[in-house]
Design a protein around this ligand. Structure first.
Ligand SMILES: Cc1ncc(COP(=O)(O)O)c(C=O)c1O
Length: 433
């Protein structure tokens, strides 16, 4: 691949350096992963050249007969993965999938509930700097102060008080399982829509290792590039399609629109134009990979690895928020280690480990400083690392945090990590071609 960039020295260097960075560092960002060469090939294919506004069989452009097949395959495979009746694979990102749901179900100014950003929610769940908090009235629920777990009584009382039109379940930094049945019951009590955002754990849910929200939610959104290990993008799903629930009257003589038709119309032409057909084909490739039994083994290994890493870090007196992890990530409160999340992110980076600073529940530090870091294992698990490697990684983390001000010690760890990573080859084809 590098060969094709020979005549553009600056960009050639960028790609080469990034390939090497991915190869020789420990990628511990919870939302990242390494796609297969097949997904890369599809994402880098000639389908990038094609305009295909519309949906298979109903396009605004000619020449779509082959990209139609790719999009149909992506939709069918996604439906099979999550046992749902409707799938839209066109959102360019998780945020755009979420925006489509807001546009479909709410009017500007309507109230909705979402997990607060500083308790693990996503920007699109009501942050005031995001469309979700600017256009709509967002009310954030928090975790329980003592357990750092979801507090269903608190969510229920907030719902009864605020009478939201929509409740969002799902998070970007919460390591525990969600009880979607209780969310459904709370939503039903106040007549709210239930949207579930499984951007993070979708790969684990697809293989039955965590609860599937589709039987409970009105709509489920996900990204495709985290535990699902596909190209960067978003999807929208409905478990059971039905007539629209927004009270929109059908014009006389016409049948009411189905929810699926409403969502399709919001994604395109509502908020997007031409779909990224190369990415949609890459999604189809990734979904086929995720349908294989080998992906279940991968997903199971993610959970084993996350537990092993968390347990080992606990032996080094690291404080894992919410008491542990059920999924692929953990949030670490570094207050007892006397280091901020910002500094820990830098120090771990210098030692060859990529993580992100993250606020912890009831954090007293700003989002730019934070008291914690978030760590995830999907990417290192893709490289073939297992429990014994997680213990070694916990050791690297502990040593780096202990030696936060010792540049020599950090350099020594970086060199050890480079050696360690070279045993788990990544994209060898890209380095040699
Ligand atoms: C829960 C959740 N929803 C939505 C998104 C948005 O995805 P994207 O970055 O593709 O817009 C993320 C991304 O981190 C996320 O964690």
């Amino acid at each position: 691949m590098l060969n094709y960039l020979k005549n553009d020295k600056e960009i050639f260097d960028v790609l080469k350096l990034e390939i090497e960075r991915q190869q020789y560092n420990l990628e511990l960002i919870a939302s990242e992963n390494f796609v297969s060469m097949a997904v890369l090939a599809a994402a880098g294919s000639v389908l990038t050249n094609k305009y295909a506004e519309g949906y298979p069989g109903k396009r605004y452009y000619g020449g779509c007969e082959f990209v139609d097949i790719a999009e149909d395959l992506a939709r069918d495979r996604l439906k099979q993965l999550f046992s749902c009746e409707y799938a839209n694979v066109q959102p360019h990102s998780g945020s755009q999938a979420n925006m489509s749901v807001f546009m479909a179900l709410l009017q500007p100014g309507d109230t909705f509930l979402g997990l607060s950003l500083d308790h693990g929610g996503h920007l699109t769940h009501g942050s005031l700097v995001n469309f979700s908090g600017k256009v709509y009235r967002s009310v954030g629920y928090t975790l329980n102060k003592d357990t750092q777990l979801l507090d269903y009584d608190l969510i229920e009382s907030l719902a009864l008080k605020e009478k939201p039109k929509m409740i969002i379940a799902g998070a970007t930094a919460y390591s525990r399982e969600w009880d979607y049945k209780i969310f459904r019951e709370i939503a039903d009590q106040v007549g709210a829509f239930l949207m579930v955002d499984i951007a993070h754990p979708s790969g684990l849910i697809a293989k039955g290792l965590l609860d599937n929200p589709l039987p409970y939610a009105d709509v489920v959104c996900s990204t495709t590039h985290k535990t699902l290990r596909g190209p960067r993008g978003g999807v929208i799903m409905i478990g059971k399609d039905s007539e629209n629930k927004m009270g929109i009257m059908a014009p006389k003589g016409e049948r009411p629109k189905l929810m699926s038709e409403i969502f399709d119309g919001i994604v395109m032409p509502g908020i997007q134009g031409g779909p990224l057909m190369h990415i949609i084909m890459a999604k189809a490739v990734a979904f086929k990979e995720a349908l294989q039994d080998s992906f279940k083994t991968y997903a199971e290994q993610i959970i084993k690895n996350a537990r092993t890493l968390a347990n080992k870090l606990i032996t080094y007196d690291f404080n894992i928020c919410s008491g542990g992890t059920d999924n692929h990530l953990m949030l670490i409160d570094l207050t007892n280690k006397n280091i901020s999340g910002k500094k820990a992110e830098r120090v771990l980076g210098e030692a060859g480990m990529t993580v992100n600073k993250n606020q912890v529940p009831f954090d007293t530090k700003s989002p730019f400083v934070t008291s914690g870091i978030r760590i995830g294992v999907p990417a290192v698990t893709t490289r073939g690392m297992k429990e014994s490697e997680m213990e070694i990684i916990a050791d690297f983390i502990n040593r780096a945090i202990k030696n936060a001000d010792d540049e020599q010690a950090l350099l020594q760890i970086k060199n050890e990590i480079k050696e360690f990573c070279s045993k788990f080859s990544l994209y060898p084809e890209l380095i040699t071609n």
